[in-house]
Design a protein around this ligand. Sequence first.
Ligand SMILES: Nc1nc2c(c(=O)[nH]1)N[C@H]1C(S)=C(S)[C@@H](COP(=O)(O)OP(=O)(O)OC[C@H]3O[C@@H](n4cnc5c(N)ncnc54)[C@H](O)[C@@H]3O)O[C@H]1N2
Ligand code: MOO
Length: 401
Amino acid sequence: MATLLSPLLIRGTEPVPLLEALGRVLAEDVVAPIDLPTFRNSQMDGYAVDTASLTAAPATLPVRAVLAAGDGVVAHVPGTATKIMTGAPLPTGADAVVPVEDTVPVEDTVPVEDTVPVEDTAAEGRGLRVTVCRLPEPGAYVRERGSDIHRGRTLLPAGTVVAARHVAALAAVGLTHVSVRTRPRVAVISTGSELVPGGSVLAPGKIHDSNGPALAASAAANGALVVSVDRSGDDAEVFAAKLARAAAVAEVVFTSGGVSKGDFEVVKDVLGPRGAEFVSVAMQPGGPQGTALVDSVPVLTFPGNPVSALVSFEVFARPVLRAAAGLPAVEPETRPLSTGLSSVPGKRQFLRARRDGGAVVAIPGAGSHLIAAMATADVLLDIPADTSDLEPGELVKVLPL
Ligand SMILES: Nc1nc2c(c(=O)[nH]1)N[C@H]1C(S)=C(S)[C@@H](COP(=O)(O)OP(=O)(O)OC[C@H]3O[C@@H](n4cnc5c(N)ncnc54)[C@H](O)[C@@H]3O)O[C@H]1N2
Ligand code: MOO
């Protein structure tokens, strides 16, 4: 199976808008095109001062201007203060910000010109004075240019799985697109004449197709691009046509159902004569498996029971899809069992279970049709074929779902 799916690992790259990059994998290092912060600015709403001329506190200084975030850079005049908002550029020559909380405004209207000769750079501040109650250290509440990242440094390395925080960094340096690894294209076909889509009224004997949505969701959750989700009854010609359509758009096709020993095994009937290999794997659920090539596109034929289809995906498809997408492998855990359990010997069992603090507890019921119970699981227990009984506290291998 590994060889069959190995072409999926050879991938190209594509540029995508930032929001579409969420969950995708960066194809190359992203280098910061600008410094962050891009200019020296205030970390607080307060007053920009120069510590060289502010030698004792309290000290009352004329307020020379009021700067909002978005204003341009002004020149500082020694011995004055500039009222400054968080994010506004620090006046050239100022070297510290005194937060508003450490100041008291002086409510008089002594003209600035009476106290210190200044250039009239910003009318808003004229006539105001402020008492600075605490001496700031040089650099206090100043965000230096490039103190977050310097232009030319690696902002995000290739292989990063893009999350919201990465979108923030990319947006901050002004990028609108990034280059990501292409996703493996997956098609899903559920088979069985009993299947109808969700939302349909169930005629006698019919059931909702859950494997189609389940396999599509599993593929998408593991880095794939789901290009088609289809359903086929047990008519061989119809299934063959749907398969050909799926193979035309996908790099791998997953089918479900039609691979056991009944009278209506459409997947076996269509693919058997075309060189497919059907085997019984010594695992449960997920025993009946098959592989085929349709128009050079690999096809994995999963068994129809809903739990079997999902477990098959986890065991055979998830590792290679994640590797193809560039996503990290899901590492197994080792946990003690909360309660004992027995396992059918001779087959590797994948039992549904839930994490229970640091331990793990099996979910009762081994039937491969128990899809509601499966929904309560967050892990599979991987019980070796030679194990039949496990005591509480025994360590087991756990595969996170
Ligand atoms: N005589 C034997 N019978 C069966 C064997 C066996 O070895 N000998 N194996 C059993 C095992 S194990 C499994 S698993 C299933 C696999 O059968 P198929 O892959 O042929 O699947 P179907 O017969 O089509 O369906 C089985 C079961 O699952 C339901 N199903 C199928 N597709 C869907 C779907 N898309 N959504 C929801 N449910 C689905 C279907 O209605 C059946 O109940 O064979 C056992 N039998
Ligand atoms: O293997 Mo079936 O896949 O046990 O239910």
